[in-house]
Design a protein around this ligand. Structure first.
Ligand SMILES: CSC[C@@H](O)[C@@H](O)C(=O)COP(=O)(O)O
Length: 345
């Protein structure tokens, strides 16, 4: 079963698998301060919406550890800074803001208590959110598996696996569940340019567990879909608007267009913490733009001419009309999305 520990909080330290080094090396990145966590999220030591959310939460715990010896007023001021910094470490995955808001509310509710007591409460909340994430992934996997035929070829994009969560995964959680319930499945994993989360991370997870799979270049997906070689598509999400528009890794939108053209079911797998109830449509989702080196370099080697101009959005928005259903821990949400998503609030 799943052997990958994406993150662990032990002895007041956050241990992350360094996803920048995979699959060549399995190294641990140690976070002893909230600034380490801010760096780890920004630099994608840890990535994937739910994993970022839980790491951010533990970042707040580390902030409280650092400042709990201060007087209450200074502690609360410092925590405000910690919350703001972590909240901004990456902009698109709303799970981060969801987690930080939970910690902020907890501090607010308990601000009359001692700094030590607040620290303990934050730590307990962090542990609870971490455990809950595993439980949520298992629930989504079970719901999602009801949509997977006994024999199926599945296409996935980016990494929505154990590495993108605390354990098991969202889209890859459904794939695991189907595999372990003895369904005869085969997975195509888009390599996912420019950072290759599919080629490096999804393939690594699938190989470790012996789930039959092949990596394809992103541009091969359309041909497979047209040629009826794909039965369903499962992807994760970084932010879902209340009308169902969904931000996910760049390239997801393109897949959804092809899937719609050829009537292939296109499923989003995401916890309800990925729904942003404050926004109505995908137009309000902030899309992270990352540095040009992610495109112009491959493994430290420049592959494009010096001085080339680059546009590098890390996510795109799939319009709700291209989505067949959204699989959450509370059940499978189908159109009309707006009506059905609001019921989850
Ligand atoms: C469960 S993960 C869903 C998404 O977070 C995932 O598909 C994705 O887009 C991750 O992007 P990343 O930039 O690697 O953090």
């Amino acid at each position: 079963m799943v052997k990958i520990k994406t993150l662990e909080f032990i002895d007041e330290k956050l241990y992350l698998i360094d996803q920048r080094k995979l699959p060549e090396k399995v190294e641990i990145f140690l976070c002893e301060t909230y600034k380490d966590v801010d760096f780890a999220i920004k630099d994608m030591v840890v990535r994937g919406a739910p994993a970022i959310g839980v790491s951010g939460v533990y970042g707040v715990v580390l902030g409280a550890k650092e400042f709990k010896h201060l007087d209450k007023e200074t502690f609360l001021d410092k925590m405000e800074v910690v919350l703001n910094i972590l909240n901004k470490s990456r902009p698109t995955a709303v799970n981060l803001m969801w987690g930080i808001t939970k910690m902020k509310e907890l501090i607010e509710k308990n601000k009359e208590k001692s700094t030590e007591e607040i620290y303990v409460l934050l730590k307990e909340e962090g542990d609870r959110i971490k455990e809950e994430d595993i439980d949520i992934n298992r629930k989504m996997a079970r719901y999602g598996n009801t949509l997977v035929p006994e024999e199926a070829i599945i296409l996935t994009h980016c990494n929505a696996g154990a590495l993108a969560t605390v354990d098991y995964g969202t889209a890859l959680g459904v794939i695991r569940e189907a595999h372990y319930s003895n369904k005869n499945i085969f997975v195509y994993a888009d390599e996912t340019r420019p950072r290759l989360q599919g080629g490096k991370l999804t393939s690594w997870e699938l190989l470790q567990e012996g789930i039959p799979s092949k990596v394809i270049s992103d541009s091969a997906a359309a041909t497979l879909i047209r040629d009826k070689k794909i039965d369903l598509i499962l992807v994760g999400a970084d932010r879902i608007a209340t009308n169902g528009d969904t931000a996910n890794k760049i390239g997801t939108f393109m897949l959804s267009v092809v899937a719609k053209t050829y009537n292939v079911p296109f499923y989003i797998v995401a916890p309800t913490s990925t729904i942003d109830f404050n926004i109505e449509t995908g137009k309000d989702i902030v899309i992270e733009e990352r540095n040009s080196e992610e495109i112009t370099y491959i493994e430290g080697i420049r592959v494009m001419p010096e001085g080339v101009q680059v546009y590098n959005p890390a996510f795109d928005v799939t319009p709700e009309e291209n989505i067949t259903a959204i699989i959450t821990e509370k059940g499978i949400i189908r159109p009309p999305f707006k009506e059905n998503i609001l019921k989850l609030k």
